[in-house]
Design a protein around this ligand. Structure first.
Ligand SMILES: [Zn+2]
Length: 225
């Protein structure tokens, strides 16, 4: 029986070798990005200008190449089959010094909330799909302290100033919870201008939060081009 199983897996491996979730190049392990996509994508670094009251913003990947394609599939095509690949990227940076530093002393992780209508349309909050399990492994509780009160248009086409206007008062506390003295980590799928996270941080501050940082799966910053 065991031999049959092994033969079967060998056959599956031969017929369907693991492929890069982005470009379909053959790779060693399932859900692994190929070297070229990883080189283009992975970039764990801190944002040099975190918007107050946020103290630090760390990203895992650039919003480029592989990670952008995966996130777009998840968000716009509701394609959940890319989730394992996104989780693998997170797992791979799990023990990086920058990540460990960021998570140190954090009491709760808070996802950027979606508006009820968007949840209905998509069926899930993509940020929770990406970070949920990983945060559990890190013993960090994910708490929905925030709700999105305004159904905002998709923000991709708007510049910084317009985003500020659209997102003003777009978030509120889900309940009057006392967060005094707490250190919180906002998790977000894509960090662009930082306006969304900043608005979330303001609400968390109003609940008493002492320290707020951000972990973004993908962000476009520090890029020279
Ligand atoms: Zn690739």
């Amino acid at each position: 029986m065991k031999i049959l199983c092994e033969l079967w897996s060998a056959l599956i491996y031969f017929l369907f070798p693991p492929r890069c979730p982005n470009c379909r190049e053959i790779v060693d392990e399932r859900y692994q990005l190929c070297a070229a996509c990883e080189e283009k994508t992975l970039r764990v670094d801190l944002y040099s200008r975190p918007p107050a009251p946020i103290e630090s913003v760390l990203r895992v990947t650039k919003y480029r190449g592989g990670s952008r394609d995966l996130l777009r599939k998840l968000k716009f095509d509701n394609n959940l089959s890319v989730v394992p690949a996104l989780k693998k990227i997170l797992d791979d940076v799990s023990e990086r010094e920058e990540v460990l530093q960021l998570l140190k002393g954090v009491d709760f992780a808070v996802p950027v909330p979606l508006h009820q209508e968007r949840i209905k349309e998509r069926g899930f909050n993509q940020t929770e799909k990406i970070f949920g399990e990983w945060l559990t492994k890190k013993n960090l509780p994910l708490r929905n302290f925030l709700i999105r009160t305004k159904a905002t248009p998709k923000l991709y086409d708007f510049g910084g100033a317009e985003r500020e206007k659209i997102l003003a008062d777009a978030f509120a506390a889900k309940e009057r919870i006392d967060l005094r003295g707490k250190s919180l980590l906002i998790v977000d799928d894509i960090f662009t201008t930082g306006t969304t996270c900043k608005e979330c941080a303001k609400v968390l501050k109003s609940l008493g939060a002492e320290k707020i940082s951000v972990l973004a799966f993908a962000a476009d910053f520090n890029e020279k081009n």
